[in-house]
Design a protein around this ligand. Structure first.
Ligand code: ADP
Ligand code: MG
Length: 805
């Protein structure tokens, strides 16, 4: 069947119908002779000999137009709406995937790397601004997918708006000005389309809003309809100003309009124009890495159509199919890449560590506790890996406070005893320093030389330190990202430990690995990764697809579970009261806020302001400290020291304390705007307390605007302290894309929004990738070569794949 001709026919039929349905079916009356048009077009469609399924849909469609021209407006409207549905269902049939020659594929893949400055209408200035958003090539733009769509195909009359529904109207600005409701300043604008007046309100606005809109201007307003005092209104809607001249009129947004993530100060209109220009010229050059057979099995449309539909969907259904196709394409390649990597790791040669255990025994004697059963088991698994002649790639998952640090230290000692160096990389300076201090306490006595390498050492100090590392005078190197800088060279790195790996990507993992002993001679160091983010099994297969996993599922004895309470704004006084009680008993408290500085847009309580206020009012008799990510390193350190030394009693902070900070005397964790955090993150934060002997509490205060759903979600925190259970809940509620936030998972960023959010699709892509590689492990033949080339072009860097053709 000629599916291109079929689409043309359907388009020819849709066109007059779309016209008629504009502005709330205003033009329905002027629609003439539809029946003969539909009849002749659809006869031709039937003559194309479509599949039986499509044929029956076409016949249904034809039936809708029988007697159409003589119907009243109401019936016509109903028929047209049904016709749209029928057309959508036909046109979203998968079209066959075109097969290109490998040579042509390579040419196209190179073409997609065309810099944006080559696009007509994009000058150096514009390009620079796009670059800031990470958009520098044609391909970047093709994958700059809309964050959402607005269905403007049905412009409503203001009088007919339905409260609670997102709708679009078009009208004229009658007036704009500020109003006051109590102490609140509100910007209001009245828009009329002749049927009624719509009030537009902004609760947060800046001065230029008032200048942007003028009386008499024509606008399209899109937003959720609400009512206030019996009148329809929209709060913070999207507004597009229409200019009067015809040229601009032609650009009036119609149908389903894409909305892109904000780029600098570009208007959506400008972004749309840029994207459209690129999509029009280059989408057809896109090359899919999914073999035709696979694409067909999963009902994917070809990549070019998928891109066009994703940017400018002809119907809501078609955008879904498009996004699924794009996501599958990414997932299939990701899984292929991961599978190749697994295979190549198995082939690498590594170091076989066989220590007698002198250092391990020495450390165990110094520890004030015995390892838990889980710690001992995991250490055993690690030592088994380390003694094998292949590199270890192991992940330790364990809830906060389960004691991963000591396990990693014991592993490091095994490498050191065998005459190698070990490195421990932490995500923040605070943590690196904390690790370092603790480690020194133990290993100094064992004759192990530990050094700290962070970004803040002076140039001279750094140089000296680097020399000791390069000459093998340091046995244990603890640090931050500074460890993977170019100038860091190890004499003989045998084991690299990455703590809290969700802060590190797969790429960093690779970089640390290449610092290994004889990386150039093809021998890789062992890698141990530790994370407190429990990843449900359903996901970990993919997310850590190239790692072996050990789980520490036991907390050290004597820990009391943290009591958690979800509070509303009105319970605030009680929350402060329980902090005061804790302080009185000699304990300390954390108060965590989601943002650092007050943002104009969002009325969140922020750490900086609140620290001042709490110090002045609520906790006058105590010292309230402040810790946030924008402070200088030595300021942060000073505050942490003071908190540890108990001269600061309440620590107000942003989420910088999330990872690993250990102050056992802190027993209250108050989290403001808890609804802003994912459950897994709340769990991490909660792990900062309950580290000592005393009973600890975690108080989650949800903002006043929140729904029952929010409370329900937060209530899970009251019910359980089990990180895996919480992760499962989070997964259920928010979907994995959100949950792992690819960076957390150590995976490269995905280009298709939410590619990971569809677990079923992820699973299918994984199965297909594995089965394809089984059939074609070398990726040979024209099809295999294309998979290889696309993988190379799109994923090599992101996945740190070493050897693909
Ligand atoms: P995490 O797994 O979150 O990194 P840590 O390694 O920081 O946890 O350990 C949390 C606390 O538990 C530390 O104070 C540590 O000294 C202590 N700890 C670790 N293992 C044990 C154990 N087997 N018995 C008692 N306390 C332990
Ligand atoms: Mg830790």
């Amino acid at each position: 069947m000629d599916s291109k001709r079929l689409s043309e026919i359907l388009e020819a039929l849709s066109k007059p119908l779309r016209f008629a349905s504009k502005d709330g079916f205003q033009h329905l009356g002027s629609l003439k002779s539809v029946e003969p048009l539909a009849s002749s077009l659809l006869k031709e469609a039937i003559a194309l000999k479509p599949s039986p399924e499509v044929l029956s849909r076409i016949e249904d469609l034809k039936g809708l137009f029988t007697g159409f021209d003589g119907m009243d407006l109401e019936s016509k409207r109903e028929r047209v709406e049904r016709a749209f549905e029928a057309i959508d269902s036909i046109s979203s049939r998968p079209s066959p995937v075109p097969v290109v020659e490998p040579a042509e594929a390579v040419r196209r893949l190179a073409l997609l790397k065309t810099p944006l400055t080559f696009i007509k209408g994009i000058g150096p200035k514009l390009a620079e601004r796009l670059e800031k958003k990470g958009l520098s090539t044609v391909e970047d733009i093709l994958y700059f997918l809309p964050i959402r769509y607005e269905d403007r195909s049905r412009i409503k009359r203001i009088r007919e708006l339905t409260p609670g529904v997102s709708e679009a109207i078009t009208g004229e600005v009658l007036a704009i000005g500020e109003a006051r409701y109590g102490r609140r300043r509100v910007l209001e604008m009245a828009v009329s389309d002749g049927s009624a007046i719509l009030k537009v309100k902004w609760f947060h606005f800046s001065a230029h809003y008032k200048k942007r809109y003028k009386n008499g201007q024509r606008v399209i307003v899109f937003g959720q309809v609400s009512t206030f005092g019996g009148q329809n209104e929209m709060v913070h809607p999207d507004i597009e100003i229409l200019s009067d001249d015809d040229a601009a009129h032609a650009e009036e947004p119609q149908g389903i309009v894409p909305v892109y993530s904000q780029v600098e100060n570009f208007h959506q209109k400008t972004i749309r124009k840029i994207v459209k220009a690129v999509v029009d010229d280059y989408a057809r050059k896109a090359v899919s890495g999914v073999p035709a057979g696979v694409a067909e099995r999963h009902g994917l449309i070809d990549l070019a159509s998928a891109m066009r539909e994703a940017h400018a969907p002809s119907s809501p259904q078609s955008s879904a199919v498009a996004k699924k196709s794009l996501a599958f394409d990414e997932l299939f390649l990701l899984e292929t890449g991961l599978a190749l990597r697994r295979a190549s790791i198995k082939k690498e040669s590594g170091i076989s560590f066989k220590p007698a255990g002198r250092l391990e025994d020495g450390l165990k004697k110094l520890l004030p506790f015995k390892l838990t059963g889980a710690q001992a088991r995991v250490l055993h698994e690690i030592k088994k890996d380390m003694s094998a002649p292949h590199p270890m790639n192991r992940l330790i998952q364990g809830d906060v406070g389960c004691g991963k640090t000591v396990v990693s230290l014991l592993s490091a000692l095994a490498a050191i005893e065998c005459g190698y160096q070990a490195a421990i990389m932490a995500p923040t300076e605070i943590l690196a320093e904390q690790h370092y201090l603790l480690t020194r306490k133990y290993v100094d006595g064992l004759g192990v030389r530990a050094v700290l390498l962070t970004g803040r050492a002076t140039k001279a100090a750094r140089k000296k330190m680097l020399a000791t590392v390069a000459q093998g005078e340091a046995d244990l190197v603890i640090g931050t990202h500074a460890l993977i800088q170019k100038d860091v060279e190890f004499a003989k790195l045998g084991l690299a430990v990455i703590d809290e790996q969700h802060r590190f990507g797969v790429v960093q993992r690779g970089m640390l690995k290449r610092k290994g002993f004889g990386a150039d001679k093809g021998i890789s160091p062992d890698i141990l990764i530790m994370t407190a983010t429990p990843i449900p099994r359903t996901l970990s297969m993919t997310v850590f697809g190239d790692l072996d996993v050990s789980i520490i599922d036991e907390l050290p004895p004597g820990r009391k579970p943290v009591k958690t309470k979800v509070l509303k704004e009105k319970d605030r006084a009680a929350a402060y009261e329980s902090i005061r009680r804790a302080l009185m008993a000699g304990s300390q408290a954390y108060i965590v806020y989601p943002l650092v500085e007050e943002s104009k847009e969002v009325s969140l309580r922020d750490a900086t302001n609140m620290q001042e206020q709490l110090q002045k009012d609520i906790f006058k008799e105590w010292t309230v400290g402040l810790l946030h990510g924008r402070m200088k390193a030595d300021e942060k350190e000073a505050v942490m020291k003071a908190f540890k030394g108990r001269s600061v009693h309440v620590l107000v902070s942003t989420t910088v304390i999330e990872v690993g900070v250990d102050v056992p005397n802190a027993t209250v964790m108050l989290i403001e705007h808890a609804e802003r955090f994912g459950l897994a993150q709340l769990h991490q934060l909660r792990g900062r307390v309950g580290r000592g002997e005393k009973e600890s509490v975690c108080l989650l205060v949800a903002g006043w605007t929140n729904s029952e759903d929010t409370y329900k979600r937060l209530k899970v925190m009251e019910e359980t302290n089990d990180g895996f259970r919480i992760a499962e809940e989070d997964l259920k509620i928010r979907g994995p894309g959100d949950f792992i936030g690819t960076r957390q998972a150590g995976l490269p960023d995905f280009r298709t929004e939410g590619a990971l959010s569809d677990l079923t699709l992820l699973k299918k892509a994984r199965e297909e990738a594995i089965s394809y590689l089984k059939k074609n492990p070398e990726l040979s033949g024209p099809e295999g070569i294309i998979v290889k080339k696309v993988l190379k072009a799109r994923w090599q860097e992101r996945l740190e794949l070493a050897e693909i053709g």
